[in-house]
Design a protein around this ligand. Sequence first.
Ligand code: URP
Ligand code: ZN
Ligand code: ZN
Ligand code: ZN
Length: 582
Amino acid sequence: MSTSPKPVKKVPIHLQSAANRVYIKNGEIVNHDKSFKADVYIEDGIIKFVGPPSEITIPGGVRTIDASGLLIIPGGIDPHTHMQLPFGGAVAVDDFYSGTKAAVAGGTTMIIDFVLPNKHESMIEAYDKWRSWADPKVCCDYGLHVGITWWSKSVSEELGILCKELGVNSFKTFMAYKGLYQLNDSDLLDVFERIRQLNGVAMVHAENGDIIAKNTQRLLAEGINGPEGHELSRPEEVEAEAVHRACVLAHQSDCPLYVVHVMSKSAGIELARARQRYRGRYIMGETLAAALGTDATCCFHMGFEHEAAHVLSPPLRPDPTTREFLMKLLANKSSAELVGRARRSGYCVFGETLASSIGRSMSGVSKAERIYYITSPPIRESAETPRQLMKSLAYDDLQLTGSDNCTFNKEHKAKGKGDFTKIPNGVNGVEDRMSLVWEKGVQAGLLDPCRFVAVTSTNAAKIFNIYPQKGRIAVGSDADIVIWNPNATRTISKDTHHQACDFNIFEGMTVHGVCEFVLVRGRICAERGQVRVAEGFGRFIPTPVRPPFVYDIIEGKVQSAVQEDHPEERQNGGGNSVAKKF
Ligand code: URP
Ligand code: ZN
Ligand code: ZN
Ligand code: ZN
């Protein structure tokens, strides 16, 4: 049988200014679900073509980049930044210009910052303030989450306006910062119910603020007032307890919950357990570049300046195995291990399930044989149970990495000399997040490049409902593209970083994964170490409510995360129109 060659579909090229058009050839595209060799053509900030060179004719005058040996990845999305945040008696030194310039230098092409209203301040007024700070300065696109720092009827009404008119779908609540932002359980329940009603996404800073306040009083009374008191006042279980409680409160309110800055093994385990309990994306979790890249051991006996520079909440942990543990949760390794262990031993894993439950149901077991199957809790009757349990084990445990970039200089951190509670909380990370996740994840053999893309970009786009405009290299998507050299290295330093702060918590680390080019909506903003951003070039990207990635599962439109990631499996019943476009 002879096969006739497939007709070549030529993409029509319109005459445009050459600056608007870029052709990237010979690279390897890495999306969250697959990688493949293809060329990319960009016009007016949008990806117009992805495919083999035989299928496109490129006119002269187009900027051509040879990406041989390099990876073409979706620009990073940092879901957690605090540019120019007034906090702890100081203002974060990275503003929306230096912060987004640094982001771009490191391969991040969109940030999502937090509007944090003061108590009794209108959320809309605070939102307008953030927009007026960001719009003239941002060098890359940005979105906004809004903090719910107090609760009232007017706040509830404003939530509706933010969702319906102002392009915000995600709201951060606080279980810590007693007297400042902390909400009690009753208010949290009301907030979660309201967010669910609006089809939004609740976020939580999970630490038990009451315990922290008590511990702090005791530590100061005992004369422990240096930066080491910060972690001592909020050990792992204080974080883990709040994660557990937040997940229960959200589940009781039927509201999807995104746990920000998971910083400890105990908190990570609580999150993984909740995800398994509630099957899938009811609960989502983010860890930070800081938690993956360093830990509190680097501060031991280093003196006030060094230790204070590492203070953030929840804190870096003294357990040096935390970094790899969190990376494995991101890599989905713990779930895989879980299944393996369950199969091998038949014992309870994470207290969640047994090999017997995964292996079978009671369906079809005769009355006489049932005696052999008695166990507690019992093996369930439904034939669906094993499949569902196996799927729940297959879910990823952590989905995203943020930076929580909130930078203060030595002079600001010095406010806390003699009283650790006065050290402004926050560290850098927006510039180095991508390289750190590559180094500690891919280079260390824990993540594959597709998963790297998922946890640095695509999952953020999906959870906050801007996928596939962002987070994917595909026709029709914004041309937010990083041309990534996985073999090149760089050494991180405050002396060479683009951030405005005078300290870098990753100082001296050599990391693989360097941006050769960074394109923000088609504009080449970084090229082989030269950063040429344009102040104000970034746009505000509205994040619409009801992200299908989250809500299709809650509403039972799809059964599992597994289907969501493989649209072809969803053809008979999936309801995600966004996913279907691809
Ligand atoms: O220490 C931190 N994380 N500072 C920023 C505010 C917050 O809680 O995210
Ligand atoms: Zn927080
Ligand atoms: Zn150190
Ligand atoms: Zn934060």
